[in-house]
Design a protein around this ligand. Sequence first.
Ligand SMILES: Cc1ncc(COP(=O)(O)O)c(C=O)c1O
Length: 369
Amino acid sequence: MEKIPLIKPHITDAVKQRVNDVLDSGYLTEGPVTREFENKFAEYINAKHAIAFTSCTTGLEVALRALNIGEGDEVIVPDYTYPATASVMPIVGATAVIVDVDPDSMLINYDKIEEAITDKTKAILPVSIFGNPLDYDRLNQIKEKYNLKIIEDAACSIGAEYKGVKVGTQADIAVFSLHPRKFITTGEGGMLTTEDDRLAEWINSYKHFGMDMSGASREGIQFSIIGTNYKLSNILSAVGLEQMNIIDELLSRRRELACNYAGLLGEFDSVQLPKIVEGGLHSYQSYCVFVENRDEIMQKMRDENIEVQIGTYSLHMHKAFNSGGKVRLHGGFDGSKKAFKECLTLPLYHDLTIEQQEYIVNKLSKYLK
Ligand SMILES: Cc1ncc(COP(=O)(O)O)c(C=O)c1O
């Protein structure tokens, strides 16, 4: 059987045509196609503002700056995540306070957040990992009790929902990734959403060199703040825009395939599925399961020409996060260790077939303990 990859971006002829149109237009930098992409994204999430970025990481950094978080401030993040989630704090001069995750959902442990709060804590930066939505009832209780801000690392969560509301509007600021591991991709890119007009204005200006974006003519432009360049080109925006045009189809296919995996895997006691909060709707950026002998299975599946992968990283195991500096490790990390050791990501992409899923699960079943 031909190799089954972990992911395959869904690049249609419409995407290629739109990119060609941009190339033919000669308007290659950020511009009208980026605006169209942002508007489409905002409309889909039901967010007031969507602002395109060069990546989720640059968007998270600017989110911290917009909320005035820097030197002397602390932000609480989960241990089980991609390093970018916690790296952005030291980048702006703040301290990342790393806490454990729940072993069943792999989401930040809400009790640990409360334990780690000090008078320097300014924000929580939870991650809706792999498209698994966060418990905003719980997060908002903590936010109100301690007067904190919430920035959601929604890198993986386009289309995920909590109690009927799409991820992207519950936090003060949320940031999505458009990396090819995510199912809407621009190659590299990110999208920040917020409901706050003042924050949106500042963020938009900051990523455009600090330019006053109120629409003055070119001669009349004012640079009101010191800013930088985190713009997303029209070329990349065209790729994203055409995928946003079919997002409902992309997402429903993902959910259909995820549901099929759940059915096929249901008969094996040694395979556990991650827990989803009550009222939550997963978007399955990654299809993850827990298996005890993960490393052995990973090797065997790769030998079978099926590309599987770990979930993500446990930050406390890495030098960047366990050797002091602007990082504080709070407490034990049993939940994160379990996720790092047992989480296995199975292939999931738009064109994966039901037959291929049956083949994958059949192979997997041979190696389960
Ligand atoms: C949870 C999480 N946060 C942040 C990032 C970084 O996203 P980007 O590559 O768009 O900067 C990733 C990327 O994989 C991620 O999975």
